[in-house]
Design a protein around this ligand. Structure first.
Ligand SMILES: C[S@@+](CC[C@H](N)C(=O)[O-])C[C@H]1O[C@@H](n2cnc3c(N)ncnc32)[C@H](O)[C@@H]1O
Length: 323
């Protein structure tokens, strides 16, 4: 069958992407942060859609190997019909294209849909693919359509997390699997002592990130608090055989161009965003400026001791055969 692209906007609500997310469910909905692999840009975070998209594209290139490991762990095969719900710019969609029998990918953001289509077209694999705008909280599919529903770094955006997972369950066939990627470990790249400024710079960046996101909880209209973990969420959506796995990512100096772009992209915002910068002490700002200055003898990528590491966590559950 011929692959088709549908760009019919079913829902214009544009929460858009959020590139740095720690994916904690307690903060259901609408732009609470997450931070697993350096993903940011939630509401209240004035990141432009273009910057978010660039971040998603770099993310997909850096974590391509992790995406393949995750798909392999999920045992995606030629007999499977797969839904990528909230596909972003299509990194994981492209992996599924190579493995599955058929694939649907949807996203609220029309530009992300277009980017995903480019990825899919550049990938050898099934041609039974459709990429369209759509809202995972109101999917335009029949009940029990998919063998695997994949939803990565999206659920924390929706106002009612449990209702969203139930919608994913609805379109999954009995015995099929739902896999959500949320949470994980924020990326790090430096040793604790870099011989410049105070030790543990990245710990202070993480703590500042908590300050950045840790505003008092003011639930947005329509958001339903769900202060529990992701695996509990799957169980609460009546899934069985719930499992969790974190996929470690490690890369040593010299980092690839994409890895350097990834670190630079996330770190630079500590200097360019006034509201972020205000959370750092003057000494850390000076150190960051030197680390990010290609002309400085302390430029980050002159170091031979970098270790880029992160953890991507995936929770899965199976829809009971009797459901
Ligand atoms: C952080 S990005 C994640 C993209 C991709 N799944 C990944 O892991 O790289 C979040 C994506 O979810 C999309 N999104 C947010 N709310 C959505 C919804 N209700 N339905 C479909 N997509 C949604 C955004 O447009 C964005 O592309």
């Amino acid at each position: 069958m011929l692959a088709q692209m549908q760009v019919e906007v079913r829902d214009e609500r544009s929460e858009a992407a959020d590139p740095v997310h720690d994916g904690r469910p307690g903060h259901t909905g609408h732009g609470r942060h997450s931070g697993a692999d350096g993903h940011s840009g939630h509401s209240g975070d004035a990141t432009s859609p273009e910057e978010i998209r660039r971040s998603l594209l770099i993310h997909d290139r850096v974590f391509k190997r992790s995406h393949q490991e995750i798909a392999s762990w999920l045992e995606v095969g030629r007999e499977h019909r797969v839904l990528d719900a909230g596909c972003g710019v299509g990194g994981m969609t492209a992996v599924f294209t190579q493995l599955a029998a058929s694939l649907e990918a949807i996203d609220l953001d029309e530009q992300n849909v277009a980017e995903t289509w480019i990825r899919v077209n550049a990938t050898a694999g099934t041609r039974d693919v459709r990429v369209a705008t759509g809202d995972l909280t109101a999917l335009a599919y029949e009940d029990a359509t998919f063998d695997l529903v994949w939803c990565s770094r999206v659920i924390h955006h929706v106002p009612d997390t449990v209702a969203a997972v139930r919608e994913l369950v609805r379109v999954t066939r009995p015995g099929g699997t739902i896999a959500i990627r949320e949470g994980g470990f924020p990326f790090r790249v430096l040793p604790d002592d870099i011989g410049l400024g105070e030790r543990w710079l990245e710990d202070r960046l993480s703590a500042a990130g908590v300050g950045r996101f840790g505003r008092p909880r003011e639930p947005e209209a329509g958001s339903v608090p769900y202060p529990f973990g992701w695996s509990q969420l799957l169980a609460d959506a009546c899934l069985v055989d719930v499992e969790t796995k974190t996929f470690g990512f490690d890369s040593l100096s010299p980092l690839s161009a994409d890895e350097e772009a990834w670190v630079t992209h996330h770190w630079r915002r500590w200097l360019t965003r006034e509201d972020w910068r205000a959370l750092l002490g003057p000494e850390d700002i000076e150190v960051m400026e030197q680390l990010l200055d290609p002309d400085s003898p302390h430029h980050l990528f002159r170091r031979t001791d970098l270790h880029l590491r992160a953890g991507l966590t995936v929770d899965t559950g199976r829809k009971p055969a009797s459901a």
